[in-house]
Design a protein around this ligand. Structure first.
Ligand SMILES: Nc1nc2c(ncn2[C@@H]2O[C@H](COP(=O)(O)OP(=O)(O)OP(=O)(O)O)[C@@H](O)[C@H]2O)c(=O)[nH]1
Ligand SMILES: [Mg+2]
Length: 277
């Protein structure tokens, strides 16, 4: 297995090691990152998807797209199929019903791992995640194992068009998540990110429990606890102008208690312990 990013061999405490890993640039041998899969979960994104896909593909010839659609009532799945029929760099995974964002990504990761992509992206369909940042991710992923698109880097807030209430909620959710989990990143709930495949292979995807915003925290936490290098790049996050929001109080509540569970699992050494048969 590829282990160039692991710092297991250095004799420094795991927490300090993980902290340093955020700020230290990778100096090891370059690996070739030839194929990257941008996973886009969709639920009723028929207005956004036909514009999003060409925009993604135009950013780098190494990029392909996997749409994970949950039987959207507005026909997003059919639209994705039509695009995929004409464009070999586009793939579609259909699921039977609305099963949530977290499991959509997990299914997308499993699909992408099986096909051997070197880098796997998470990206929303609603243009909150601007494809213009993709080349910056591709550049940063050469130096890090996980690259996070951050809305709150270096004390700057790069969010456009969010009502102040939502911005405050998101900002303080991040302060809270950092405080509880110790994750040394500015934006733990952001969903525009890139993983090298070995990171996702090292995480036992069957153990990932969260589905909403907590999913983002959990994936970064699991990668960090394994000693992978997390890097952040600033992104401009723009609120959706087409389609409907799926944000709910339930998603926020889940994040509030999940972070404590992650901390508990980690403290008791059960985050990655193999399950009993
Ligand atoms: N496959 C799938 N995709 C989902 C599901 N819920 C949300 N999505 C998609 O996940 C992405 C993020 O969801 P959003 O509704 O934009 O959530 P948000 O960004 O927190 O909130 P808004 O931008 O205000 O809508 C979008 O591409 C959605 O279409 C789901 O249950 N299944
Ligand atoms: Mg959105």
């Amino acid at each position: 297995m590829w282990t160039a990013g692991r710092r297991d061999r250095l004799r420094i405490p795991p927490n300090l090691r993980a902290f340093l890993s955020v700020y230290k640039h990778f100096t090891g041998p370059a690996v070739s990152l030839e194929r990257a899969l941008v996973i886009v979960p969709t639920y009723n994104e028929s207005e956004n998807l036909p514009r999003l896909i060409p925009s993604v593909l135009s950013r780098d010839p190494r990029l392909e797209v996997l749409v994970v659609d949950d039987a959207s009532p507005d026909g997003t799945g059919r639209i994705a199929d039509d695009i995929a029929a004409a464009e070999p760099r586009v793939h579609v995974l259909h699921r039977a019903g609305k099963l949530g964002l977290g499991t959509a990504y997990l299914d997308g990761f499993r699909w992408g791992i099986g096909k051997g992509y070197d880098v796997l992206f998470e990206m929303d369909a609603d243009f909150s995640h601007d494809p213009v940042h993709l080349p910056q991710f591709m550049e940063a992923i050469e130096r890090y194992d996980v690259v996070l698109g951050s809305r709150y880097l270096h004390g700057r807030v790069t969010v456009v068009n969010w009502p102040i209430g939502r911005l405050l909620l998101s900002y303080f959710a991040n302060v809270y998540a950092r405080w509880v989990t110790g994750l040394p990143i500015a934006d733990a709930t952001g969903g525009f990110k890139a993983f090298r495949r070995p990171v996702l292979e090292a995480i036992d995807l069957d153990r990932v429990e969260s589905n909403g915003y907590a999913f983002q925290i959990e994936m970064s936490f699991r990668a960090w606890k394994q000693g992978f290098r997390l890097g952040e790049i600033p992104i401009m996050f723009v609120d959706r102008d087409l389609g409907e929001s799926k944000m709910s109080k339930k998603i926020v509540r889940e994040a509030v208690w999940r972070v404590w569970r992650l901390r508990f699992l980690s403290l008791t050494g059960r985050l990655d312990r193999p399950r009993l048969p």
